[in-house]
Design a protein around this ligand. Structure first.
Ligand code: SF4
Length: 252
């Protein structure tokens, strides 16, 4: 069995607890206008050209080779370090990945997944058997606006319910994007959501206009969105914290 990845990043410190190896899979079913990794959206290997240089986004790797890559850093996985699956939408690979997930779990290596959680239920059923920590995006909960990112609120909510009821460890990450995630009604919904599904941690971060060269290399136009000001980030943080939820502002 083979999967397509765009990158395997070693010694990562921001994708879960401890020192981690992060595997970025190619392919995502959402279309966030602020996406800074457009090379991770298409599920296939893609050729690109940038400033007369040709290259390729993505490569195939067998599960056996991916296991070897992950185990190379086993010595560094102390203090809860381990492997993080990211993307794209990593959970969409979990059916193919299950034999490897079993082996990693048996080797007592901590498994995290970074996900936008808008995936069919069958992937959640696999994930809850193996994942130690879910790092979940909370983007748009407003039913009226979620179609802007190709999302599905009912699917998202039923998936979170399932994960929460399994007592899985959850970190919520909220990307702050003007006119998309920071509208008054969306923030109200996010606050109610956080009160219901108490996580281990809530992180907010500001989205920058990154990835323009990658869009150009794929002959795509980068969607237009406004970066939020620091002042507004602190107002959002205060607003969420006033409802009794502690929030960490991650400056990336
Ligand atoms: S979920 Fe992530 S990878 Fe997918 S489009 Fe949105 S920002 Fe990009």
């Amino acid at each position: 069995m083979k999967v397509i990845v765009t990158n395997i990043q070693r010694f990562s410190l921001h994708d879960g607890p401890g020192i981690r190896t992060t595997v970025f899979f190619k392919g995502c079913n959402l279309r966030c206008p602020w996406c800074s990794n457009p090379e991770n959206i298409n599920f296939r290997i893609q050729e690109y050209t940038y400033e007369n240089q040709k290259g390729i986004y993505g490569y195939e790797i067998s599960l056996e080779d991916l296991e070897k890559e992950i185990l190379k850093d086993k010595l560094y996985y102390e203090n809860n370090g381990g492997v993080t699956f990211s993307g794209g939408e990593a959970l969409l690979q979990f059916e193919k990945l299950e034999p490897l997930l079993k082996k990693i779990k048996n080797a007592n290596i901590n498994i995290c997944v970074e996900t936008a959680l808008t995936v069919p239920k069958k992937f959640i059923d696999i994930a809850i058997k193996y994942v130690d920590e879910f790092i979940i995006d909370v983007k748009i909960l407003d039913n009226e606006y979620i179609s802007k990112i190709n999302g599905d609120i009912n699917l998202y909510l039923s998936n979170i319910e399932k994960i929460y009821n399994k007592n899985s460890s959850i970190i919520f990450r909220i990307p702050l994007v003007e006119d998309y995630t920071t509208t008054d009604s969306n923030i109200e919904k996010i606050i109610n959501f956080l009160k219901k599904y108490t996580p281990k941690k809530v992180e907010i971060f500001k989205i920058h206009r990154l990835g323009e060269n990658k869009y150009k290399s794929l002959d795509l136009e980068m969607p237009i969105f406004k970066e939020i000001s620091d002042d507004k980030v602190y107002k959002m943080k205060k607003k969420i914290e006033e409802s009794g939820i502690k929030v960490e502002y991650c400056k990336v």
